[in-house]
Design a protein around this ligand. Structure first.
Ligand code: ADP
Length: 484
């Protein structure tokens, strides 16, 4: 595989590639075959403190640049990411497992945040508010928050970091990022390109580590770090929110989901199947916006079931670097065991396996694309994020019933539904308690749109003009002494 010069082993702190202070390293494995790809610096508290100090020092000059000057650097970085998309995709597939075509898609999607925020940061408008006294003017300006921390997951090792870093840097903030232990190489490759694009030392720092809690503690307890942006599980998000409380840090949390995917009786069934396959099986089902509970109107249930089985039967499972494969391995043994346990529990509770249901013959971390019928909303598999290629079908009879079922979860990230009835489209769109709703659409992510959840799926938004606000503080200037 062609990894090129962007496969890095060191941490990136203050513009330098450096070993961990402890001189320790940890191994990164390829989930497709268990082979070791690299040994990377295992950062700890001392490295984190050094990175925070570097980001603090860099903030003064980076935030003082004009938005246009920062945008030029972000666009240079954007061009480099696209020019090297194949090398980046190879690294991503090697450490994470997704098919190469999806990895290239992720690199382009990740890079699109650089373009979007390079443009958007030029439009950070303030405000002038009329005052009741003629001698006073009320002004509002927006300023970058300061040093930001990012903690990112393994399922989109490029895009989840780009989403944060592009908005932060465009706004004038600096960043210390901790990628997931399974996938640090994509983050280091991103930093290598940032360096090449002329992003100054200290503006972006990357700390690979196998000691997430130690680095997380150092980031969240630091009074210099003004904001934390986290993508990952609700459980860890809750813990980090607690850790941010003593220093009253701003937080953006993009947490777990439990997406309903509703197919009404008036839906365009073929369009719904396209959307469902993309939403459910992309990334082997390992996305927080994956269809997790598929509600099918009883009258179209036989047709949907048959079409779904036909599609799933044709899916090819195997290593992501082999062109014809649609479904790669799951990320690690714990992920496979979790999916296995959820499927077994569902079967004990009365679910019926229509296809799949087991580990794949390819061995290792591969799981068969699976369709389960007779699922009910109270089964464990319908209460948890499956994070695997398992489609669970739940029949329903009425609109009111399915809305109640869809909302009956502590999560509120993404929801999807298919209907051609304009009144229903509006009614259901409003009634679903989710931050994002795909209507006749299974793939909803875009740099131009606000990504984020309600309820226990998170705080804040990423992407769009709203995502920039998460990295800005509002300051009110009261200007007196106007009158002569
Ligand atoms: P997942 O279940 O998808 O792996 P996690 O929430 O465990 O999600 O992981 C998301 C990110 O959070 C990863 O970068 C991981 O290393 C990090 N993480 C996990 N536990 C902690 C912790 N105690 N403190 C800080 N970061 C953590």
């Amino acid at each position: 595989m062609n990894f090129s010069a962007y496969l890095k082993n060191d941490a990136y702190i203050d513009g330098k590639w450096t070993a961990a202070a402890s001189d320790k390293s940890f191994a990164v494995f390829n989930p497709a075959d268990g082979s070791k790809i690299a040994s990377v610096a295992d950062c700890g508290k001392a490295d984190t403190e050094r990175a925070i100090a570097a980001a603090d020092k860099a903030f003064a000059s980076w935030s003082a640049l004009t938005a246009t000057a920062r945008a030029e650097k972000l666009m240079a970085w954007h061009a480099l990411m696209l020019a090297h998309e194949n090398e980046l995709a190879n690294i991503l597939t090697a450490e994470m497992g997704k098919p190469l075509v999806e990895a290239v898609g992720e690199i382009r999607y990740g890079a699109s945040y650089l373009e979007w925020y390079a443009e958007e940061a030029k439009r950070v408008y303030g405000d002038v508010i009329p005052h009741s006294s003629g001698d006073v003017r009320t002004l509002v300006v927006k300023q970058p928050i300061g040093v930001c921390a990012a903690i990112t997951p393994w399922n989109f090792p490029n895009a989840m970091l780009m989403r944060k870093v592009a908005a932060a840097l465009a706004a004038g903030c600096t960043m210390v990022a901790k990628p997931a232990e399974d996938t640090p190489l994509s983050a280091l490759a991103i930093a290598a390109l940032a360096e090449q694009a002329g992003i100054p030392p200290g503006v972006l720092n990357i700390l690979p580590t196998s000691k997430a809690a130690e680095v997380g503690q150092a980031l969240t307890s630091s009074p210099i770090v003004r904001k934390l942006s986290f993508t990952g599980s609700t459980e860890v998000g809750r813990l980090l929110l607690e850790q941010c409380a003593p220093t009253i840090k701003k937080t953006s949390l993009e947490l777990g989901g439990n997406a309903p995917f509703i197919i009404f009786d008036d839906a365009d069934i073929d369009a719904a199947m396209e959307g469902l396959i993309a939403s459910k099986f992309r990334n082997a089902g390992q996305t927080c916006v994956c269809a997790n509970r598929i509600f099918v109107h009883r009258s179209v249930h036989p047709e949907v079931t048959q079409k779904l089985i036909d599609r799933v039967q044709r899916m090819k499972v195997g290593p992501g670097d082999t062109a014809e494969n649609d479904i790669g391995p799951l990320i690690n043994v714990a992920a496979v065991e979790k999916v296995e346990k959820l499927v077994a529990g569902a079967m004990r509770a009365g679910a019926q396996v229509l296809i799949g249901g087991d580990r794949h013959a390819a061995g290792g971390l591969f799981f068969q694309p699976t369709v389960l019928d007779n699922i009910s909303n109270d089964m464990e598999i319908a209460r948890s994020e499956i994070f695997g290629p398992v489609a669970t079908l739940i029949p329903f009879d009425s609109e009111a019933e399915v809305i109640a079922l869809a909302n009956d979860t502590p999560y509120g990230l993404a929801a999807y539904f298919y209907s051609r009835d304009i009144g229903r489209v509006w009614r259901v769109g409003e009634a679903l308690e989710y931050g994002m709703v795909g209507i006749n659409q299974g793939i909803i992510s875009s740099a131009a749109a606000p990504f984020g959840g309600v309820k226990q799926s998170g705080l804040g938004r990423e992407g769009s003009k709203y995502g920039l606000e998460d990295y800005l503080e509002m300051k009110y200037l009261c200007l007196g002494g106007i009158a002569e």
